[in-house]
Design a protein around this ligand. Structure first.
Ligand SMILES: [Zn+2]
Length: 104
């Protein structure tokens, strides 16, 4: 499998998702920052996480002009130890979920 952006080799990496026993399989480009989840394994993780205790209702807010975003509340910040300026990976495994990965 090659990167759709730069055609370099993709590395297969197992991703531990907090609160899930199943591991999500991901493909990460060895050259650029392209990253995607393998759909079957990420679906399993999403299904497992559906029963997660940390489920928080949040509103999508307007950040600037036509850009939307959401805030991470304190529970999320503390449980993931998020810091300002940190880079995260955001994937959309299906039409109902956003998966955010912190530090792979
Ligand atoms: Zn690439």
């Amino acid at each position: 499998m090659n990167c759709p952006k730069c055609n370099s080799n993709m590395n297969e990496v197992e991703v531990n998702v907090q609160g899930a026993k199943n591991k999500a399989l991901s493909y990460q480009c060895s050259k650029c920052d392209y990253f995607e989840f393998e759909p079957k394994s990420s679906k399993k993780v999403v299904e497992e996480l559906r029963e997660t205790p940390l489920k928080i209702k949040q509103k999508i807010v307007t950040l600037s002009q036509d850009r939307l975003g959401m805030y991470f509340n304190n529970n999320i910040v503390r449980s993931l130890d998020l810091k300002r300026g940190e880079e995260i990976y955001v994937s959309v495994p299906d039409k109902k979920h956003i998966v955010i990965e912190v530090r792979s």
